[in-house]
Design a protein around this ligand. Structure first.
Ligand code: SF4
Length: 614
């Protein structure tokens, strides 16, 4: 006889949609999407005996299945994403990747394009290259390109305020379009060459340079011809050093996978124009899903609108609803994207290389985690804490040179920062340099919320001494919070460069502060958390002050209210860039009309001396 769950599976719809596995208490354990819900769900329970222990552990807990039918598979994909964010199901994998990797942007929509480093890919007319695994490697690439191709480095989008070229022109690092030293056609040729280089079309590039060199020598322009000869030599040297892994110039990500017990690692190799730029690893623990589910979830979480999506993504095994993922990626990129599972040949070898990297990455991460676990255990013992501080929240106040004071909170989970849980606080109730008052406001606001949500950290770390710690204790008492450890970390005192006292840790139950040795890994860890809170507060503080300054300047422009000020700031990022913008660029900003764009343009133009106005 069929049990209730089997009956339920039998009656599931044969259409696209989302399914939710729930336990006996109704808690959502897992959310998945499918082109055919019944097939998909049944595949979990068929041959359950062949599933690994972790998947079985999930299936054993399933007491109910809820489904939501959608008209299209794409809707199912969107709904799944929404439900995962809402329920945080324990068995769905969560990719913690808030980092934006640096890319190169070539602004071909401009008359005189330039190259810049960006971390966000916009749907504009520019061409993007990357991502590069580190900003340092990208800066090196950019430096090299600028040595090879005299592209302008300034941020000007119009050259109305220049009467002569800058030092870059003198150094032959820029061809000087700002002052008519080069016209759009010749400059366009330089951009074409730089693009060929970035696209890996080096042979074509060298051929085209050789042709130009011959033309110049035929015209008896020997100096120019010699310069091109040097350029060719330089490019050839660069090619020798490049790690070429394929000859088809296709941009592809190669996704390696390795699993060990309840852990898995995904390692993505970035291959651009046949060159291996580097890679990035991701680590998942406590997983219960089949490998193909993990890979499928990874792809959906990793690729986003503002991230570079290559033409090809190589994966080690087939994933469910591959066509759906391909369709979604194609839509995101605005160009055809293929997900391939190569079985042999060069592409398979690339996958093996990525898998090897995934395995190494997994072992490294496991070692690190073990060290972190030991560190947290030591922290508990040495600082006499009630529980192991798996989740730590740390606070800092930034009140530089008066103005708007702000507070920050950073969260460390299992010894690592979790940026999703960082918070900013604009100080609302305190004026002047009242550190205690500000700390009181921030801690009160944060933990009032925590009381409502019934979610608390294990340890709260305050930047400061006994006074700041007393403030936090007072708030906890007022709110009736118990069982959360509190500590404050006071900086070492300095006279000149010399430290006259050690850093001290204050504990509510001990009169005397605890001193950890300067070389103590525990102190280094606490310093790291405190410094991160400090960095976060300062960054926010700068942003707030910059925004206020911008709003006050923009507020003077007729027809530019708060909404347009906000949009302009979002689009350009600074007054300097707004000042530099052309009328056309200003008109592209959301909420701007031709009239308001003209108003902004004329406002900044009026500050130019008459001879520079265009
Ligand atoms: S020479 Fe002119 S165009 Fe080139 S970087 Fe300097 S200011 Fe910009």
């Amino acid at each position: 006889m069929m049990n209730l769950l089997e009956q339920k599976i039998e009656s599931l719809p044969n259409s696209s949609g989302v399914y939710l596995f729930k336990d006996r208490k109704g808690t959502v354990l897992y959310v998945g999407k499918a082109g055919n819900i019944r097939h998909r769900v049944a595949s979990y329970f068929q041959r359950a005996g062949e599933k690994d222990a972790k998947t079985l552990a999930l299936l054993e807990k399933v007491a109910d299945i809820e489904t939501i039918v959608t008209d299209t598979e794409k809707e199912a994909l969107i709904l799944e994403d929404h439900l995962v964010k809402e329920h945080h199901p324990r068995y769905n994998i969560k990719l913690r990747d808030d980092k934006r990797y640096p890319c190169l942007r070539l602004s071909i929509e401009e008359d005189f394009p330039t190259l810049s480093i960006v971390r966000r890919i916009k749907k504009d007319r520019s061409v993007y290259f990357g991502p590069y695994p580190s900003a340092t490697s990208l800066k090196e690439t950019l430096k090299l390109i600028r040595r090879l191709f005299p592209i302008r480095t300034c941020r000007h989008t119009k050259f109305s305020n220049r009467t002569r070229p800058c030092i870059n022109y003198e150094m032959e690092r820029c061809s000087g379009p700002c002052c008519g030293k080069i016209g759009p056609v010749q400059y366009g040729e330089i951009i074409r060459q730089a693009r060929m280089f970035l696209e890996g079309r080096n042979r074509d590039l060298i051929e085209s340079l050789k042709k130009r060199m011959e033309e110049e020598s035929e015209r008896l322009h020997f100096e120019k011809a010699a310069r091109i000869r040097d350029q060719i030599k330089h490019i050839e040297k660069v090619i020798e050093k490049q790690s070429i892994v394929s000859r088809d110039f296709i941009d592809r990500d190669v996704i390696g996978f390795h699993r060990q017990d309840h852990r898995a690692a995904v390692y993505s190799l970035f291959i651009r124009a046949g060159k291996l730029l580097g890679g990035k690893g991701f680590n998942f623990s406590s997983i219960s899903l089949p490998d193909e589910e993990i890979l499928s979830s990874f792809l959906r979480q990793y690729y986003r609108e503002d991230r570079f999506i290559p033409e090809q993504i190589l994966i080690p095994r087939p994933i469910p609803e591959k066509n759906l993922s391909e369709g979604w990626l194609t839509e995101l990129k605005g160009q055809r994207v293929h997900i391939l599972v190569p079985r042999k040949g060069a592409k398979r070898r690339l996958l093996e290389m990525a898998a090897e990297n995934a395995e190494k990455f997994l072992h490294r991460e496991a070692d690190l985690e073990e060290k972190k676990e030991n560190l947290l255990l030591n922290l508990r013992e040495s600082l006499r804490l009630g529980i192991i501080p798996k989740r730590i929240e740390a606070f800092d106040i930034s009140n530089l040179q008066g103005g708007q004071a702000v507070g920050s909170m950073v969260t460390f989970e299992d010894g690592k920062p979790n940026k999703d849980r960082y918070r900013h606080f604009k100080i609302k109730t305190v004026e002047g340099a009242d550190d205690y008052g500000m700390m009181y406001e921030v801690i009160l606001r944060r933990y009032k919320k925590a009381v409502e949500e019934k979610k608390f950290p294990d340890l709260v770390l305050i930047d400061g001494g006994r006074g700041q710690l007393n403030v936090a204790q007072e708030v906890f008492k007022e709110l009736g919070i118990k069982g959360v450890d509190l500590l404050s970390l006071a900086k070492a005192r300095r006279v000149g460069h010399a430290e006259t006292s050690d850093e001290k840790v204050f504990h509510p139950q001990y009169k005397e502060p605890i001193t950890l040795g300067k070389q103590s890994p525990l102190l280094r860890f606490l310093d790291q958390i405190r410094d991160e809170a400090h960095r976060f507060a300062i960054t926010y503080h700068k942003k707030v002050r910059q925004r206020e300054a911008i709003h006050s300047v923009l507020g003077e422009i007729p027809g530019i209210g708060k909404t347009r000020q906000r949009e302009l700031l979002k689009y350009f990022g600074s007054v300097e860039k707004i000042k530099e913008a052309t009328l056309e660029e200003l008109g592209r900003v959301p909420k701007m009309t031709p009239k308001s764009a003209r108003s902004v343009y004329d406002f900044f133009l009026s500050f130019q001396p008459p001879e520079k106005r265009t």
